[in-house]
Design a protein around this ligand. Sequence first.
Ligand SMILES: C[S@@+](CC[C@H](N)C(=O)[O-])C[C@H]1O[C@@H](n2cnc3c(N)ncnc32)[C@H](O)[C@@H]1O
Length: 417
Amino acid sequence: MTDQNGRVDDERRDRAAWLASPGGRAAVAAAADARQKAPGDALRAGSLLRGTLDLPSDLAAAALEQAELAETAALRHGIAETSLLFTRDGLEAATRPVVADRRAQALARGGVRRVVDLTAGLGFDAAAFLRAGLQVTCVERDPVIATFLRHNCPDATVIEADATDPEVLASLLTGLEPTDIVFIDPARRDPSAARDGHTARARPERDPERWSPPWSWVEGIEHPRVMAKVAPSFTPPPGWSAEWVSVDRTMVECTVRSWVADAPRRTAVVIELAGSTAQVEADGDDAPLTDSLGPWLHEIDPAVVQADALGALARSEGLAWLGPRTTWLTGDHRSTHPALRGHEVISDLPGNDRQARRQLADLGVTAATVKSRDASVGPREVLRALGLREGPGQAVVVTTVAGRQHRVLVGPAQPRS
Ligand SMILES: C[S@@+](CC[C@H](N)C(=O)[O-])C[C@H]1O[C@@H](n2cnc3c(N)ncnc32)[C@H](O)[C@@H]1O
């Protein structure tokens, strides 16, 4: 058994080394070319590649997989660089460059000079630290990923080791200044776990003690400045600051750090790929509540909700909250804050399904989108109950007003300026 595992590991390692070699790079370029000539036809791309290069089948498959992963990286993360090497799981776990760059540049601006990345993966965070001008040491325990990491981050020092090995950690920490950063992005998913056909995977990402390394180990690292990338649902330990980051209104991650200037902070970072980045700092005070619907409803960015920064945002924008468990602010004007999306209220739909249908027919509404994340009812159910088609433009918001579930017809999200 040990022999067989050893042989499989050797084969994976050899293939990874070949992919990083000039011969492997040429094969990946030829595979990318073949995939472009045969879009959507993996079999034909394979035979085109083998017609160009005389490769054993496992190396041809590895080159084609890299070409496919590079397409995914370009599509999902906007990574135009074609020379990087990926694993499927590594790409899924990788930090988006826009988020990694922002974090790295903030550290550099704060005077940080050096980072030890204890779980560097394919090196997306490490590459951002390097781009920000920091000195980077990476640790990665998986031999294939470590090979790709060396290739992807040639300017970093890469150590193939288990970061939880006390000797490895001690030797890394000994060389650090108190202002240097120990960065860690624990693996929250087990790549060997079975894939689930319907949902993502049946995995332990929600339990910090089942991450690798587990959270209790991270919390015990004896260094004054530890920064960790964690799941958005994570509850920061007392004394740690946290930032919840959304990109184009999708929650992507939370970063926690062990060192604080005065008191721990909770911050929402709202990144718009085509625009600006805004921050909202939680101040511990609740948002002003209202029982009445104003002429404008504002959808709150999920990072603000996760950071409990709703109160600060509502007060700064002169808006009121429809109540706990709702994600809408209302008021008599439209806010252009990047963390809010303003919709003009067209009509409250207070009655039963039949009355609401009649009201919608009188308004000439036949199609809408549904925003029902405050309720336990799904969009399809709402559309069916109201006799509407799914369509762009107007939206039906299902939320709570004065403690009761309400459906409200609103106009499309207004552009901010
Ligand atoms: C979430 S990924 C890191 C992704 C990385 N931040 C990026 O953006 O590319 C976590 C990585 O940690 C590695 N890892 C998990 N436990 C480890 C340990 N005890 N020591 C070293 N590496 C470990 C995994 O192999 C995986 O590649």
